[in-house]
Design a protein around this ligand. Structure first.
Ligand code: FAD
Length: 544
């Protein structure tokens, strides 16, 4: 039978006998209800984005069985999360929390340690606890998706408030934010926009951060800091706690908006374009987390497989991509800048005129008349997302290969021509070496940009998976040699990326490990996440 049809024995966390594990699970069933504890003995089915698995990574880069859960549990409230954590401590069972598990490109729903018990918080803890139309804030549980928050605000008729969504709206507002994900309105830096967390610590106590620590306060979602050390930071991209509630700020409806699209003809236009973007972005004339995208990804975003254009192996040649681009309504180009201007028409006019005069200084630059673009053109997906409307059009480039999966290389740099050029050259050389098509997109924050390079591969093809991973491993090390580091990474690369942050003999990891040992003495919570291993795992061959 094919692997996705086979019944499987449950994976057991290392160091525990199968029977002891099943007995411990039976005890947990008694606490949570049998229907809220599921053993992972079923076929590993990948589904698709909206019906994704919670037992493994549907876009796996390793063999699918490598990073799988032994069981999945579904708490309904903070107290049940505390019970699960105490249970894990009692039996020394690794647990791995997910909010919704759509962390595609970074590991999906998979745990870092095979056989961990996944805590799927999103299934039952999916309430919007508050939407405050006066303070423009909300308080959400882990299972609230960008779609759900958007729809709730629409239903209540709160037209004066917007949310900010990443490219795909099916993820968790909380999960995306604590992984420091990004969206595309002026509120695109999600972590910077959150205010207040409720967290279950690895020993089972619950805390509230910021103003949430003061009983009876009414500023938990308005003032993020509270008093004393600002602790929220240690609960993002870490394994120090399970976040059960999060406050988020909402953007005021700007009173109008207008997307725009400029194209640039040559690869070398990247450097002067970045020099133009930087002052405009820092001074907020360019207002949102915009994208500067390469034409190869633009062609892939049309949803047709690569084989439509090119059937040989090796990177798709430039002339084929440009010929394909020439036939699209946007026309031939190498780079496209997707941006949005906010506010009433007269305010936008001033900003747009400045942008226009600056962008058109680059020879061959074109402003696209977007009114001529058909409704299913990719531009309109960017338009929706930059206006805070969740979408899933972005998934289309994953169809580039059969059984399309992807993994991301995401270094950060200042918004500079020299940095953009260096990262582009580095990425291009590595992709050429491994025969992979290169999809670079620069997401421009306020003073930095994330270069997001998506490697699309056939997840059923062992060679393609290996090439993608080898390429990424080279990229991480070569980027670090030039001084660039990743803002976020896939589970499989976490050890490698963590090692690149090595200043002063790895002082930051020593600090992280001290915190881990103090907060999680039994090392049960998400061991290895972000390269942080608890004491009982360290130096025992867990690193990849
Ligand atoms: P989860 O998978 O639930 O959480 C992410 C991770 O955080 C988990 O693996 C877990 O380790 C940790 N975690 C989650 N919840 C908790 C908790 N309560 N307590 C402790 N730890 C927790 N991402 C972007 O940011 N911006 C984009 O524009 C973007 N575009 C994408 C485009 C495509 C085509 C694809 C496929 C992916 C894209 N992604 C993007 C990546 C990903 O889809 C999103 O970041 C998504 O929101 C993450 O999944 P999630 O929200 O379900 O989080």
């Amino acid at each position: 039978k094919p692997i996705n049809e086979r019944q499987r024995l449950p994976v057991v966390p290392q160091g525990i006998e199968r029977d002891d594990f099943l007995k411990a699970l039976a005890e947990l069933k008694g606490q949570l209800g049998a229907e809220h504890v599921e053993v992972n003995d079923k076929p590993l089915r990948d589904g698709w984005y909206m019906e994704h698995p919670n037992t493994h990574d549907m876009m796996t880069i390793l063999d699918e069985e490598e990073l799988v859960a032994s069981a999945v549990v579904y708490p309904s409230n903070t107290e049940e999360v505390q019970e699960i954590v105490r249970w894990a401590n009692k039996y020394r069972i690794p647990i791995f929390p997910i909010s919704m598990g759509r962390n595609l490109g970074y590991g999906g729903a998979a745990p870092r340690v095979r056989g961990s018990v996944t805590i799927d918080l999103g299934k039952r803890m999916n309430k919007i606890l508050d939407i405050n139309p006066e303070d423009y804030t909300c308080l959400v549980e882990p299972g609230v998706s960008f779609y759900a928050l958007y729809e709730a605000i629409q239903e209540k008729g709160y037209d004066h408030m917007w949310i900010d969504s990443p490219d795909l709206g099916g993820g968790s507002v909380l999960g995306n934010t604590i992984d420091r994900g990004v969206g595309y309105t002026p509120y695109g830096d999600h972590w910077a926009c959150h205010s207040g967390l409720e967290v279950v610590l690895p020993t089972g106590e619950a805390i509230r951060t910021g103003m949430g620590a003061l009983p009876g306060n009414n500023t938990w979602q308005s003032f993020p800091y509270g008093f004393g050390p600002y602790s929220d930071g240690i609960f993002s991209q870490s394994n120090y706690g399970i976040v059960t509630k999060m406050g988020m700020t909402l953007m005021p409806n700007p009173g109008g908006y207008e997307s725009f699209l400029y194209t640039f003809q040559k690869e070398e236009d990247l450097a002067p374009l970045m020099e133009i973007i930087r002052p405009l972005r820092i001074s907020n004339i360019l207002e949102n987390v915009a994208q500067v995208r390469h034409v190869t990804q633009a062609i892939a975003a049309r949803g047709l497989p690569r084989a439509t254009f090119f059937s040989s192996s090796g990177p798709i040649p430039n002339n084929i991509i440009h010929a394909a681009a020439a036939k699209t309504p946007v026309g031939d180009h190498t780079w496209a800048y997707y941006g949005m201007s906010y506010g009433p028409a007269h305010i936008r006019a001033h900003k747009l005129a400045l942008v226009d005069s600056e962008f058109l200084k680059i020879p061959g630059a074109k402003k696209i008349d977007t009114s001529t673009l058909p409704p299913d053109e990719y531009f309109w997906a960017r338009d929706r997302v930059a206006a805070g409307v969740p979408d899933i059009h972005e998934l289309r480039w994953v169809n580039w290969t059969p059984n399309g999966a992807h993994i991301a290389f995401s270094p950060v740099s200042p918004i500079r021509g020299t940095d953009a050029t260096a990262l582009f050259a580095l990425g291009k050389a590595a992709h050429d070496k491994y025969g992979i098509d290169f999809f670079p997109a620069f997401c421009v924050g306020l003073r930095e940009m994330h270069l997001i390079v998506e490697i699309v591969f056939d997840r059923d093809d062992v060679k393609a998976r290996k090439a993608a991973l080898d390429c990424l491993r080279d990229l991480v090390d070569e980027a670090a040699e030039l001084g660039y580091g990743e803002y976020r990474t896939h589970l499989v690369l976490m050890d490698q990326v963590a090692k690149t942050y090595s200043w002063n003999d790895g002082a930051i990891m020593k600090f992280n490990e001290k915190l881990k040992d103090a907060l999680d003495p039994n090392g049960i919570l998400a061991p290895g996440r972000c390269g942080i291993w608890p004491k009982r795992y360290r130096g025992r061959g867990w690193e990849m």
